[in-house]
Every structure is written in C-alpha cells, then in structure tokens.
Design a binder for this molecule. Sequence first.
Ligand code: NAI
Ligand code: MG
Length: 491
Amino acid sequence: MAAVTKSITPPKIRHTECFIDGKWLPAASGKTFPTINPATEEVIAEVAEGDAEDINLAVEAARRAFDSGPWSRMDARDRGRLLNRLADLIEEEIDELAALESLDNGKPIRDARTADLPLVIDCLRYYAGYADKIHGATIPVRGNYFTYTRREPVGVAGQIIPWNFPMLMVAWKWGPALAAGCTVVMKPAEQTPLTCLRMAALAQEAGFPDGVINVVPGFGPTAGAALVKHPQVDKIAFTGEHRTAQIIMREAADTLKRLTFELGGKSPNVILADADLDRAAEGAHFGLFFNQGQCCCAGSRVFVDERVHDEFVEKLKNLAQQRKLGHPLDPETEQGPQVDQAQFEKIMSYIQKGNEEGAKCVVGGKRFGDRGYYVEPTIFDEVSDSMSIAQDEIFGPVMSVLKFRDWDELIERANKTFYGLAAAVWTRDVAKAHDFAKRVRAGTIWVNCYDVFDAAAPFGGFKMSGQGRELGEEGLRAYTESKTVTINLDT
Ligand code: NAI
Ligand code: MG
C-alpha cells in the first residue's frame, strides 16, 4: 500500500444554499451544517440545513411547475433538448465537477473523472432521447369502443439519495423523472451536497424552468422525512440503507405514495477453477475495492473453488498490497478515505468482528495514516457463512473469501442472504454461467466481468435490496402512470 502525498489545489465552492423555484435561499431556520473533507477531516463549507419548511416551499414550487407552469405545456422533445443541454454543460465543466466530487466525497479524482462523470453525462443523454418516445397503446376491447392508454408523468417526485456516487445518483434520478415530465424535489446526502447543488445551477443555465428542479440539502429524519410525508408529493425514489427504506415505507403509507428503492447488498462473486484466474482476481479486486468499497453492489463475498483457492488468494493479496492510497485529488491515487467518521468506525468494528469470529486477515486490517478516514484494503480468508462479515453490508474495503466445492451447494450459499442486488461468476463453462444466471436471485448477474453499468440496462434488487428498477426503460416507467381512455363510437 503505497502512500501518495502530493497536495493539490481544491476546486471552488459556488453554491451552499437551498435551490427552490429557481432561487438560492438560506434555510428558513437560518441553520447550516458543515460538509467535511474526508481526506483531512476539515470543514469544506457550511451548507444550508433545510427542514420541513424549506421542503414545503420546494414542493409547492414543484407542484406549480407541474400543474400549471411552462413545464406542463412543454413539448416532450423540448424536455429532451433541455436534458441534452444539461449534459453538454456538465461535459464542459467535467474537470471541475470531478474535482468537487472528489473533494466532498473523498473518491479518487481519476475515478470521478473517468467513471462517475462520463456515466452522469451518458445517463442524461440516454433519457434525453427517451423524452419524446413515451407512448401508450391502442387496445382492442369488446364492443364499439376505442380504447387507448396514455403514459403520463407521475407528478412531483421526491428524490432522496446517498453519498457514495453523489452526482451519478442525481443523474439516475433526474434523467428519467424529467424525461417523463415530472418535477423534482431532491434531498442530497448530508455528507455530499456540493455537486448536486452545482448540477442544479447548471440545470438552470440549461434553461429548465423555475420549480422543475429543486434541491434542499439537510438531514434524513428532518428534511428527508418531511419530503416523504408531504401530501403533495406523488412518488419517492430512494437510494440508501434498507432500514431507512423500511422507515420511508411506513411513513409513506398515509399518502400511499409510489415508491422505488435501491438498497444494499452482500453480493457473491464466484470464481470457478476453470476461470482465467488473473482476470478473475482483477475483477474480484475491482468489484470490491472500487470506490473504497462503498458500492451497493460490491462483490463482498468472494467464493473460490477450493482447488484454486490458495493460488487465487495469493493473487488477491498481491493486488491489494499494490493499491495506492493517498490524497483523492492526486491523479495517482487509487483509494481515498471513507466518506465520514461514522462509516470509518462501522468498518473498523467489522474488521474487529472478523478477527474475533475467527476469520484470517491476510492483508490490511488497520487504519491507514493518522489523518482522514482511510482504511487499508483488507482481505479476510477462511470466512464462514455465519460470520457477521459474511452476512452484513460493511460498505468498506473489506473482502471476505469463502471456499466452496460443490456447485449446487454454492448456489444455495450464494442465495443465503436477505439481499439480492448483484452476483458474478468467472468461468469458461457456458452452461455453468447460464445456470448461475438463472438460479441466483439477484437483479444483476455479471459473467466474467464486474460493475459493468449502462444507462440502458435496468438495475435494482430482489428481496431486501430494493423495489422497482432504475435505468433503461423500466427506470423511466417508474416515473409514469398509465391512463386508460375509452371512447364510445356509437353514433
Ligand atoms: P441512509 O439510508 O441513512 O442515507 C441515505 C439517504 O437517506 C440520505 O440522504 C439520508 O439523509 C436519507 N435519510 C436518512 N434517514 C431518513 C429518513 N428517516 N427519512 C428520509 N430520508 C432519510 O444511509 P447512511 O446512514 O448514509 O449509510 C448507512 C449504511 O447504509 C451504509 O453503511 C451502507 O451499508 C448503506 N448504504 C447503502 C447505499 C446504497 O447505495 N445502497 C448508499 C448509502 C448507504
Ligand atoms: Mg443513516
């Protein structure tokens, strides 16, 4: 684990207030909260702490824009044009946005620049193209009637997002919602509000009418909960922890809101003996350590065929030892700090549990350095299914390696989790790959690859990993209602 310590000039902070109805406003209460640089533990900026009152203003603005504003009369094709314009503006500012993301979240600038930002732009363009291609059907019913369906926007969408891919989560939420004709009120994560606010400013510059996009920074139990309870909000789209989703589902029951959830996982990544082991090791390394392990689909349970186990763990260990930790704004850095102290402490407590429960730590296991929330890339071998490091989502750079022998038993163990977000298998055996894809209960299956995302490919979870899908046509449909129209043709 080589340290990189070059110091880099941080990007400019331009927006720290709520963005409501096209205006920048302090929180009604006047309160602010600090957003922290996780690499240095220093305050980057004080940000408006929105609450129920600010959410209410934002929802009223979104409601007006949806019910009677220019948005409600705009041609679908022009909505698409605005989304494309937003994508262009982001592209023009790509380096600065990547730096801002890196500063607020702690992710390496190279990841922000080559993964997050290109995916953001691609997602917005993908949905821009969908805006004027949302149609219903004509339906042959009994009798002399003409029946057709219309696909209409669901209305005002409340969107609550996490901190692990701050800008990408904005794109995944705004893209389909705006293409469908909804208006949005977004609450970014309290850890990472800065890029979302910058995107709101760029959306205004792109020409989105006032009230179509509103952003209220703040905390979950206050601003988030107010959005979930608000009677004028038609839908909540949430990404985060399954326990938060359970709270949201209960709170949303009174107003029977439409809900989509993108939650966590404990995804199995399975290495068969016939796989290209070097590629598989790189895939397993990347599938877990990418983004400091802070991925909902992280391949955190690595199942290795016992015949290649020792050789494979050696490869994993070498890769982990070569990983470059350092300042997120240094282009050489491959791993930055965890997002905040709470996540850092959660991860360290799981490392302790892994040791106590008898797993064998083959690399890492400690804090890295003495400043910033850095955790060494950590691999536990000899992990058994019942250990907490094999069951709970750690959301950090901690890999669990489990041995297997029998195929049917492997499938059963892969499914032995209440999550079902993603799974991968590395093999040259086509039949095995298809059998795995069919029998593992997860929303995404990767074969000989990991973390391959595309705006056109639906993503979401089985079981406690979510409800509904994002991306692709399914992601768009989640922002629409179907309306059936029947016309009597008797004259
Ligand atoms: P969280 O689910 O509490 O936070 C996600 C978002 O929900 C944030 O914007 C937060 O302010 C908001 N929120 C929190 N409580 C709320 C409430 N009662 N009503 C409405 N909104 C609320 O996740 P957190 O605390 O940041 O992380 C805890 C764990 O969750 C992580 O360690 C990780 O295991 C998991 N997680 C999973 C993510 C994923 O992509 N699936 C993303 C972030 C966290
Ligand atoms: Mg929380």
